[in-house]
Design a protein around this ligand. Structure first.
Ligand SMILES: [Zn+2]
Length: 221
């Protein structure tokens, strides 16, 4: 039986491995899920017994096709719900993540496929994350870089933000950062990895935490 907690583990393993089946350490996983390392070890054993992951001592765990299928299903539900809430209830992009965290576990395949069709098979969620199709493939391939890798003086377009912390997303709205917004990199401060940017003629200093959670692509021209 797959429980909510198992779904969250598989989702985190898949996400931490960046979708390419890398090994994820148990320490990383416990940090990500905010649980103890013994809890992670315990759950890893169960997932291993169910054929969802492979476990190698000192290396960590690696998601197997069975686990990946479950993870992608949960991610699909999460991202489609977020978009549905934004599009139909006009909720702002900083209000939908926590709702989707709950809904993703209680939605039938039938309902999510209906939502997918209703939204006309969208490629991206409100935070710029690609939505997996019914068969687990993606209609869109991520092609962006984190803000920390951006070049000084160049202008970029926001493609994706990490939505895990509502407050972080809310702050971005406050300083007028949203998807497709053009941002100019004014200064990169090496000593604390913060970045000074310009949005619509206004300068802002972004902490390294913000910098790590914003992804961009070069703006045309
Ligand atoms: Zn989300």
């Amino acid at each position: 039986m797959i429980t909510i907690s198992k779904e969250n583990y598989l989702k985190s393993i898949y996400t931490l491995a960046k979708g390419n089946g890398n090994f994820v350490s148990l320490t990383e996983l416990s940090k990500e899920l905010n649980v103890t390392k013994s809890a992670v070890t315990e759950m890893s054993k169960k997932l291993y017994e169910q054929g969802c992951v492979k476990y190698v001592r000192y290396k960590g765990i690696k998601i197997l096709p069975k686990g990946k299928k479950i993870a992608l299903k949960v991610i699909r539900k999460h991202r489609l719900w977020e978009l549905f809430l934004v599009e139909t209830l006009n909720l702002s992009w900083d209000k939908v993540h926590l709702e989707a965290e709950k809904l993703e576990h209680f939605t039938s395949d039938f309902l999510i496929d209906t939502i997918d069709e209703y939204l006309k098979y969208p490629k991206l969620d409100p935070h710029g994350e690609p939505i997996p199709c019914k068969d687990g493939s993606y209609r869109y391939k991520i092609n962006d870089i984190p803000m920390s890798e951006c070049i000084l003086g160049k202008t970029y377009k926001v493609t994706r933000v990490n939505d895990r912390e509502e407050e972080l997303v809310r702050y971005l709205s406050k300083i007028d950062i949203q998807l497709n917004r053009e941002i100019k990199i004014i200064e990169k401060l090496k000593f604390d990895n913060s970045v000074i940017i310009e949005v619509n003629g206004v300068k802002h200093s972004l902490s390294s935490k913000l910098v790590d959670n914003i992804f961009l692509t070069k703006a045309n021209g």
